[in-house]
Ligand binder design. Structure first.
Ligand code: SAH
Ligand code: SF4
Ligand code: F3S
Length: 478
């Protein structure tokens, strides 16, 4: 029986796609390999968001040349965002790759892998063909390019991947992601996502609900609804419009579900309805990821983010005043084209004033084919980008620590996610998350609490971790 191995990089979309691909391949009769070395099919699920992510994939592919020599019948595939972006370039740069499949064509992956396996088997069993250096058909499955076709045609070519959910394919049995929309239409000038993930398409509410019910039936207690701009979710049918807030109400009502999260929010279009739903629905986590990208109006304008720093501050205030226990996290890009010291300082001010629980900070990486690559020069020197990255990280670390310290002496409820450390005496350190997204670690004799909700007393804090212990059992009476 042939074995497959999937290596995944990138965002949650890719993690979910890999899970669905895994399920599809198992359903088609293939077996997961425990290690890349004993696999017959190796797939890289790739990301194009920054140059560095792509470089790593190309060098990993390069290292697999010898694997192909040892396993001529093996299948090496590149799937995901880089497949859609680079297409035939991948075959040129790595001629031993057999298969390139974009994120909009993953549904066809299992049958394509089987076709390749059959072709290779045929070739190796026909002695007069072996050694002639003939190439069997390479497979390229990608969606239409956005710039070259009409919106509806492009949307149609990004086939919605109807998931077969196999619990074995998930990291664990109690947490799962559910995609509520595909693609992105925001076209921030620096970003490759709209071209590699295609136009925004919202899934029908009933389909989302059915999937959630199925997952909860399999034992899932925490669901994360995902979309590139998840708050742009909008489904119109029969004269009705369903928004993300409606989806939160619908999904929250599923019995057995304990916690509901959603990512990523685009700062525009975070309506009152959404904030009220987060406030009023007890299962919905009070953690909101709302990337600001910059605190400078000049930079935000060049990024085409469609909001000003003042509008972003107003949103942060609105979130804190509506949702009492809200925690906000953000993304920032430093060293974007033309970013001056003054503009960077405005970002520093935004971070200092927003009290984010955490910020993810990235150095600008020019992506061919995006508007910023076309319009502006990537003129902030690398050392300056690095320095700005360090400065912003240090500020955020200090804020994160200050915030986390406020939990000392309090009780926090977490969903235990698993072992974070193994002690020599056989005990373990378990780790879990609060509904505001904070990581809490605590010592336990074994991992039996994994997957359970648990209240802990917090006794110490670091910027990204709270330290807890289980309350002493209280004995009433004699
Ligand atoms: N859809 C989400 C996430 C997009 S990618 C959103 O809109 O927020 C995640 C993060 O990567 C972005 O928020 C941005 O901060 C960063 N990013 C995107 N393109 C980038 C680029 N070309 N260079 C550096 N960072 C980038
Ligand atoms: Fe990229 Fe902007 Fe879309 Fe996010 S909202 S995926 S940053 S284009
Ligand atoms: Fe990367 Fe594609 Fe996600 S480019 S960040 S894996 S949508």
């Amino acid at each position: 029986m042939q074995k497959f191995y999937i290596e995944t990089v990138g965002c949650q979309m890719n993690v979910l796609d890999s899970e669905l691909v895994y399920s599809g391949l198992v359903q088609s009769g293939l077996v997961p390999a425990t290690d890349r070395r004993n696999a017959d099919i190796i797939l890289f699920n790739t990301c194009s968001i920054r140059q560095h992510a792509e470089d790593k994939i190309y060098s990993a592919l390069g290292r697999l040349k010898h694997w192909k020599v040892l396993k001529p019948y093996g299948v090496l595939g590149v799937i995901g965002c880089m497949a859609q972006k680079d297409q035939n370039i991948i075959f040129q740069r790595a001629p031993h790759v057999d298969l390139v499949v974009g994120p909009g064509q993953l549904e066809l992956l299992p049958e394509t892998v089987h076709q390749l396996l059959d072709e290779k088997l045929q070739r190796t069993s026909e002695p007069n063909l072996v050694g002639r250096g003939e190439e069997s058909g390479k497979k390229l499955l990608v969606s239409l390019k956005r710039r070259e076709h009409r919106h509806a045609e492009v949307a149609g070519s990004f086939r919605l991947f109807d998931p077969v959910r196999n619990p074995e394919a998930r990291l664990n049995r109690f947490q799962a992601m559910v995609r509520i929309m595909f693609g992105c239409d925001k076209f921030c000038t620096y970003c490759i996502v709209p071209s590699v993930r295609g136009p925004e398409q919202s899934r029908p509410p009933q389909e989302i609900l059915d999937e959630v019910r199925r997952l909860v039936g399999q034992g899932v207690v925490e669901i994360t609804l995902i979309g590139q701009a998840v708050n742009s979710y909008c489904y119109k049918a029969g004269g009705k419009t369903v928004l993300l807030s409606d989806i939160l109400y619908l999904v929250s009502a599923v019995e057995g579900l304990r916690r509901l999260c959603f990512v990523t929010n685009y700062p525009r279009g975070m309506g009152e309805d959404l904030l009220w739903a987060v406030r009023d629905l007890p299962k919905v986590a009070g953690h909101l990821h709302v990337p600001a990208q910059s605190g400078s109006d000049g930079v935000l304008g060049r990024m085409k983010r469609n909001y000003s720093a003042t509008e972003y501050r107003e949103l942060v205030n609105r979130i804190y005043s509506t949702i009492p226990n809200a925690s906000i996290t953000s993304d920032f890009i430093v060293g974007f084209c033309g970013e001056t010291d003054g503009e960077f300082l405005q970002t520093v001010e935004l971070v200092e004033g927003s009290r984010f629980r955490n910020s993810f900070i990235f150095k600008y990486s020019e992506r061919p084919g995006t508007k910023s690559a076309e319009l502006y020069s990537d003129d902030v020197p690398e050392p300056v980008k690095k320095m700005r990255n360090r400065v912003l990280l240090a500020i955020q670390d200090k804020i994160s620590l200050e915030q986390n310290r406020q939990f000392i002496g309090k009780t926090a409820e977490i969903l235990v996610e698993g072992i974070s450390r193994q002690f020599e005496n056989g005990g373990v350190q378990l780790s879990g998350r609060t509904s505001c997204g904070r990581i809490v670690v605590f010592d336990a004799p074994d991992d039996r609490l994994t997957g359970q909700f648990l209240k802990l007393n917090i006794y110490d804090a670091a910027p990204f971790t709270l330290f807890g212990r289980q309350p002493e059992p209280v004995f009433h009476g004699k």
